[in-house]
Design a protein around this ligand. Structure first.
Ligand code: CP
Length: 304
């Protein structure tokens, strides 16, 4: 398959191949010359229909480090605003001899839809509340780097699970590697299908943290929120906000993750986000190596 549409389409061997390839690229981008010529003959379009800082820049940098030609498109400044459809937009871009499309879109299934309707390799950079596969890959890569292995580890994902593509992709990736996953958050922000994924719900943050090796803190996805769902922000922070006081009461040290963007003082305090247990910026750093690996492996299939 020449696409990365979601973690659910991968298997354990795929993940290990991506991580081993990312290990190599992480070593490469820490050299004085950070660039390799691997993708000199590949052209990639990054098309973003939703806002992004980390994912967009990380994909661009990964592609440039691999020597690909890169064009970037933001729907807000494009002819989508004049009524052009997704397929017409992408087919026009592809007629400029583009090989691969990295897309973020607000509709769940948009990347899959595109893969069925255009002739290019598609990478899902986040489709609505569905999947964000490269985020889950870089999260697992970071856990593996910090704790040696993902298998057997206990990971709690805290926050707005209902609207989170990061949560769903992480659940698939972590379970595939033999980790145990729980979620913690207000009942209104936990999807009804969570049991069917084999994921337990813990409503008490302190108990969840006592249980876990890693806590992945998510922001509330206000842009996808029906206000009637939600406790107010102050109540949320009181019940589910991570503070240094809570961490100090634990009988152990845990790894703190967050995919970003952070709402400081809501789901996590500044001292925890910037503290010694936080790997938040390691996640961002690892994102470049992991995306290099994904693009390199997909491009190898295009070329062969
Ligand atoms: N983690 C993540 O996807 O961040 P961006 O929305 O800034 O890309």
């Amino acid at each position: 398959v020449n696409h990365l549409l979601g973690i659910k389409y991968l298997n354990e061997n795929d993940l290990q191949l991506i991580f081993e390839t990312a290990d190599h690229f992480k070593e490469v981008i820490n050299r004085p010359i950070k660039k390799v010529p691997s993708l000199r003959d590949v052209t990639i379009a990054n098309i973003f229909f939703e806002n992004s800082t980390r994912t967009k820049l990380s994909f661009e940098l990964a592609q440039k480090r691999l020597s690909a030609d890169v064009i970037s498109f933001s729907s807000a400044q494009s002819s989508v605003k004049k009524g052009e459809t997704l397929i017409d937009t992408v087919n026009n871009i592809l007629s400029m001899k583009v090989d691969m499309v990295v897309m973020r879109h607000s509709s769940p299934g948009a990347a899959h839809f595109l893969s069925q309707n255009v002739k290019a390799s598609i990478v899902n950079a986040g489709d609505g509340a569905h999947e964000h596969p490269t985020q889950a890959l870089l999260d697992s890569f970071t856990i593996r780097e910090k704790l040696g292995d993902v298998a057997g580890k206990k990971i709690v994902i805290v926050g707005d699970i209902l609207h989170s593509r990061v949560a769903l992709s992480n659940i698939f990736a972590l379970q595939m590697q033999g980790a145990e996953v729980r979620v913690c958050g207000p009942k209104t922000l936990i999807p009804k299908y969570i049991d069917s994924l084999g994921v337990k719900v813990e409503s008490d943050l302190r108990k969840a943290l006592e249980w876990c090796d890693v806590a992945n803190m998510l922001r509330i996805q206000n842009e996808r929120l029906d206000v009637s769902y939600f406790p107010n922000t102050r109540e949320y922070t009181q019940q589910f906000g991570l503070t240094s006081e809570i961490l100090e009461c634990l009988n152990k040290e845990i790894v703190i993750m967050h995919p970003g963007p952070i709402n400081r003082g809501v789901e996590i305090t500044t001292d925890v986000a910037d503290g010694k247990h936080s790997v938040i910026l390691d996640q961002v750093e690892n994102g470049v190596a992991v995306r290099m690996a994904v693009i390199y492996l997909l491009a190898s299939k295009i070329k062969n």
